[in-house]
Design a protein around this ligand. Structure first.
Ligand code: PMP
Length: 432
């Protein structure tokens, strides 16, 4: 069993000078308290107490090749010797853009940023200009970054608090939002095309964009219902609404061309981040030429001092190179699907009602007897207390999971790692 004394001491010290002792809200909820790490190597992380973890968090997704991939680190070092940030153009960012244009169906023209949040923000700004309309439609339980206009409808204390399916309450995620911010969005449950149809029939004149995760990974891991993404595409065409796919999680993970390639539905604009550069800060907003043109013309402003720093661009090029040449996706699916099936079997053996849902490279494990979760409202059926106990039990046995039950597979996970995760899960499930 793991011990956490040194982390505890550092965490208490950190609370004196760092707000909440952490640098992101999501890091406040680690088991048993925020931990301090010293090293990441391949599929493993080591903390300051010397505990080693088989890591299925991949630092919230970016580390698709595992920690400290030698090619990524070598390329970052090589392309950084001549400078770290020119705040001007360089050949490598052009190469990166040309590569993305080859890989991603909608990516005719693009701009690089630092984070998914910023790129999502840019996409919504662009859509407002393109349509001359003020609102955007988004879905309950999806996450498009932490900035103001997407900080409603992310989470809820209860099903009742959500209100009706047709007119959900737009619950603020944070204090400090402008009073009228919820007016900027129309909120609906995900995966319900009839409801989107009905809402747009009444409100399309006000709606600039539909923004959606193509696989909903921020409340469970929910694939789109057959026809849902296609239906959104059709409605956007019908009403002149910009279709934005937030591929910050799905991008490069479900395949090199993202979910838009996998599901064969091409959005007008898409946003990528996370797995693109193995943990170095870079994101991209990419779209069809005519949709991105206002940024090219400087009519819609996008900027950033730190954009396309040499280490980030080097990391992105190196990550894409390995993804393209090392058959990574075949392994992510093979290992992920085996793990998913093994976890279901472990649940059956332990008599625990487990629902394992997802695509393979990422999936969610939750405790419910529902046969399927379709949207955030369904996901409230997950027994969170049991989920937390499971994650804590895995953690104390050296397997690091994201608290809300999402698992990420990396290229560094081996068949033996999957076996070990299954054996440990079987043991923990028996203790619940
Ligand atoms: N969109 C989605 C779908 C995400 O999951 C996230 C981050 N979890 C973001 C946007 C925001 O990205 P970032 O944290 O890089 O700002």
């Amino acid at each position: 069993m793991q011990r956490y004394e040194k982390s505890r001491e550092l965490y208490e010290r950190a609370c004196q000078v760092m707000a909440g002792g952490v640098s992101s809200e999501f890091r406040r909820f680690s088991h048993p308290h925020p931990l301090f790490y010293e090293q990441g190597q391949g599929a493993f992380l080591t903390d300051v107490d010397g505990n080693e973890y088989l890591d299925f968090t991949l630092s919230q997704g970016p580390l698709i090749l595992g920690h400290s991939h030698p090619h990524v680190l070598a390329e970052v070092a090589r392309l950084s010797v001549d400078g770290q940030l020119f705040a001007g153009q360089h050949r490598h960012e052009l190469e990166l853009a040309e590569k993305l244009a080859r890989l991603i169906p909608c990516a005719e023209l693009m701009r690089f940023s630092l984070s998914g949040s910023e790129a999502d923000h840019t996409a919504l700004r662009l859509a407002r200009h393109l349509t001359g309309r003020n609102k955007f439609l988004r879905f309950e339980g999806q996450y498009h970054g932490w900035l103001d206009n997407v900080a409603v409808g992310i989470s809820t204390p209860s099903l009742e608090a959500l209100g009706s399916r047709e007119h959900p309450n737009k619950l603020p995620w944070t204090k400090g939002l402008p009073a009228d911010i919820a007016e900027q969005c129309v909120l609906l449950p995900w995966n319900d095309l009839a409801l989107v149809e009905q809402t747009l029939a009444e409100q399309h004149h006000d709606i600039a964009a539909i923004i959606t995760e193509p696989v909903m990974c921020n409340s469970g891991c929910i694939p789109p219902e057959p026809g849902f993404l296609e239906g959104l595409r059709k409605l956007c065409d019908q009403y002149g609404i910009v279709l934005i796919f937030d591929e910050v999680i799905t991008g490069f993970r479900v395949g090199l061309g993202g979910a838009q390639e996998r599901f064969g539905v091409v959005p007008d604009v898409a946003v990528f981040g996370k797995a693109m550069a193995s943990g170095y800060p870079i994101s991209v907003i990419a779209g069809k030429r005519k949709f991105m043109q206002p940024i090219a013309d400087g009519v819609v402003i996008h900027a950033g001092t730190m954009n396309t720093g040499n280490p980030s661009v080097a990391a992105a090029l190196a990550t894409l190179h390995v993804l393209e040449t090392d058959q990574v996706h075949e392994r992510l699916y093979r290992h992920g699907l085996r793990l998913m099936e093994g976890l279901r079997e472990a649940g059956r053996q332990a008599g625990q009602p487990i629902l394992v849902q997802g695509l393979g490279p990422m999936f969610h494990v939750g405790f419910t007897s529902l046969p399927k979760v379709r949207d955030m409202r369904d996901s409230l059926a997950y027994d969170k207390a049991k989920g937390s106990k499971f994650v804590a039990g895995m953690h104390d046995r050296g397997i690091r999971l994201i608290g809300r039950g999402l698992w990420y597979i990396s290229a560094a996970h081996t068949g033996a790692d999957i076996d070990r995760a299954l054996a440990t899960a079987t043991e923990v499930l028996q203790t619940l």
